[in-house]
Write a protein that binds this ligand. Sequence first.
Ligand code: C2E
Ligand code: MG
Ligand code: MG
Ligand code: MG
Length: 277
Amino acid sequence: QAKGLGRNTYSYFNEEMNRDVSRRLELEQEIRGALQRKEFEVVYQVQVNVSSGQITGAEALLRWFNPKLGQVSPVEFIPIAEQTGLIVGIGEFVLTQALSVLANWQQQHECALKMSVNLSPRQFRDTQLVDNIHQALIQAGVAANCLELEITEGVLMSGHSYIKKALSALSGLGIHLSMDDFGTGYSSLNYLRHYPFDVLKIDRSFVQGITTESTDRELVNAAIAMAHSLNLTVVAEGVETPAQLQLLKSLNCDFAQGYLLGKPCRSTRLLALELMP
Ligand code: C2E
Ligand code: MG
Ligand code: MG
Ligand code: MG
């Protein structure tokens, strides 16, 4: 298809494609042993109650540092972990870490702080998923309703019946389900009708524009109103400025997360934070 663009353009595309392929191969090679070599770390980003300013929980986010590749973004390595199936073991690691940190955090403050953990589509193909999560909660001694699982529309798009069964079972255990990156996928509204979600997480791309773009503001306003009418709570992600937070407050958004409120940090730092603003 590069025909007609000239020979130089063609070889340029070729080189770029080769670079992509070898980068991918290198990532794949290195990620295979990464768990055993203890190259992963879980960091935590606080979630805040918009009206009181109080910290109510955190989202667990995975980090990978490899001696050869340096720091690799989850945006780059999560898809590879999914395609190779390695996400199953990695996901178990994240959950175990996050629940153990949550147990410490709750003990320290004697309150029902919450922890959000991201789940990938591939993890639903693991028939042990629900049992493993249940066992991990028991092991950590954490109440099911303090765990929130974040799922993107990608998980639901396949429409597999086992996904619906797994989500119903998780919900039945009392675990909260959150629709992540809301607004970026396809038929989100339909999914909300058919799956037992408790939380709607509005994507950063909408939050970014709320103070400058009236369309974004109207969309966020409508999303919050709709979520509330379905008895869902709303988290706004990627809040970076006081003006965005103020506006979200006026739109009755329940919770906020973003660099303004706290960047992802190590567990030791999380445990040392004051909860009150
Ligand atoms: P996500 O779940 O939507 O997580 C939010 C992302 O936005 C995180 O990126 C976070 O660091 C970033 N972020 C938070 N606040 C701000 C802000 O104010 N401004 C900006 N510009 N960014 C902000 P991160 O950690 O790079 O993760 C990217 C994605 O990788 C996550 O998006 C999630 O989909 C995936 N991911 C991360 N950890 C895991 C994991 O343990 N399991 C799975 N399956 N996916 C994960
Ligand atoms: Mg998330
Ligand atoms: Mg998100
Ligand atoms: Mg997002």
